[in-house]
Ligand binder design. Structure first.
Ligand SMILES: [Zn+2]
Length: 444
């Protein structure tokens, strides 16, 4: 029977099953998937052999820890060694029907291949996720992500499968996108958090109040931590008069692998597609639930190119407590930052997102900020630059003192605060650049 608009779930039995059933499902899928990887992919066969493990050595989910890690550099290197798609591919090429490609920071695009079944299952998952965020067939959904090779592009087909009227907007110039949103009375939109902010401010400059003049009531955001930082989300919601749902994706697996349900209390994982490990940096031991660690992912179904124990470089925390929505899947509670972006300041681990949470909750500030790191007399000095609002007529020194105290409480690091006039800092479009690290030999 088709799903009805007032149904809470896309796949009710699956989405609300017990944790024990989730684990059993994952174990069954993983056994099959490791066997498929070993039999079909020369890379995995060699990597497992080198580690002295066989797919049959996996009897419990914990046994996965005996299998080798994978990282982005290896995916790229194997693709160069065995062109064009690398020897992680575990099916004959005639079965591959779609590839996305991501450039990453290294400049060499890596391809993510899908079989027809992989693609179909992925799009069904995207439909399930959109459904959990409240999207319905009555919605008009504008997809404002890049379609050029980007794995986020086809996620629009999930909204279309769900039955929403889907507008394949792509990366239109802001003025045109605003025109499209207005003309078609779009009710839902997906962008990055920075861009949602930028687009809302652009609208205001043109005399359009998004909350009053546009019909967008749901915003999906991904690609940056902002969507899970309550202060940032709250301000985008106020600007648009819309609910903001954070999504998390990884180009080597899916467009979106996890997303917020209508409760907006963490991001539900596609646990029937991807197994999650959260490991302590350094020791690579699992951290207790709720603790911060590196997100390591293993696909459970993706036949074209299995991904086993992929180190994402994202530092996250997760929970398996039941959600108020009734779904029982593991939830991502926060992406605290990239392992690469993790700053070590005065010996303390610091993420830009920790600072963002403080800067964005203060109504005296515009919410824009930048971290400037210097080394003075061989000691680290962190200065947080933030803009006060237009028309702020309070005491700047008191504001500065208050921010210093809040930053220390939130991060554990003593920081200087530099208050700037509004519109002084560069406005971020898409991925935000907020760190100016002037220290020499930081990692030595
Ligand atoms: Zn939920």
């Amino acid at each position: 029977m088709a799903v009805q608009d007032d149904d809470a779930y896309w796949h009710p039995g699956l989405e609300t099953q017990s944790r024990a059933d989730w684990r059993q499902l994952q174990l069954d899928l993983l056994k099959d998937h490791l066997r498929h990887a070993y039999d079909g992919s020369p890379y995995y066969r060699a990597a497992f052999d080198a580690r002295g493990v066989l797919p049959s050595d996996l009897r419990t989910l914990d046994d996965l820890r005996r299998f080798p890690f994978l990282d982005k550099a290896t995916i790229r290197d194997r693709q160069i060694a065995v062109p064009p798609f690398g020897d992680l591919v575990a099916v004959p090429e005639r079965e591959i029907v779609y590839i996305s490609a991501s450039s990453g920071s290294t400049g060499v695009p890596t391809a993510s291949p899908f079989t027809a079944k992989d693609f179909e299952e992925w799009i069904d998952y995207e439909a399930r996720q959109f459904w959990s965020s409240g999207l319905r067939p009555t919605d008009r959904y504008a997809h404002a992500l890049n379609f050029s090779l980007f794995v986020g592009g086809p996620c629009v087909l999930g909204a279309q499968k769900l039955g929403a009227l889907s507008i394949h907007a792509g990366t239109l110039p802001s003025e045109r996108l605003l025109g499209v949103l207005g003309q078609f009375r779009a009710t839902a939109l997906w962008t990055t958090p920075s861009y949602a902010w930028h687009l809302g401010e652009t609208a205001q400059r043109e005399g359009i109040a998004p909350a009053r003049d546009l019909a967008v009531r749901r915003l999906f955001v991904a690609g940056e931590p902002g969507g899970s930082i309550p202060e940032t989300r709250g301000r985008i919601e106020a600007l648009w008069g819309a609910e903001v749902y954070d999504y998390y994706g990884l180009s080597d697996i899916f467009g979106s692998c996890a997303g917020m349900c209508v409760e907006k209390d963490g991001l539900h994982w596609a646990e029937d597609h991807i197994l999650v490990e959260v490991l302590a940096p350094g020791t690579q031991e699992p951290v207790p639930e709720g603790g911060r660690g590196e997100l390591v992912l293993t696909t459970l179904r993706k036949r074209a190119r299995p991904i086993i124990r992929f180190r994402t470089g994202d530092v996250v925390s997760v929970t398996t407590e039941p959600c108020r929505c009734g779904r029982t899947s593991l939830r991502l509670k926060g992406v605290h930052g990239r392992l690469d972006d993790m700053l070590i300041v005065k010996g303390v681990n610091l993420f830009p997102g920790d600072v963002e949470a403080v800067v964005r909750q203060d109504p005296a500030l515009t919410g824009e900020y930048r971290l400037v790191l210097e080394r003075v007399d061989r000691l680290d000095r962190l200065t947080v630059e933030a803009e006060h609002r237009q028309g702020f007529n309070g005491n700047l020194e008191e504001l500065r003192t208050r921010l210093r105290r809040q930053l220390k409480a939130a991060t554990g690091v003593g920081a200087e605060v530099a208050l700037l006039a509004p519109d002084t800092l560069p406005r971020a479009v898409h991925k935000a650049k907020r760190i100016d690290d002037r220290r020499q030999h930081v990692w030595s």
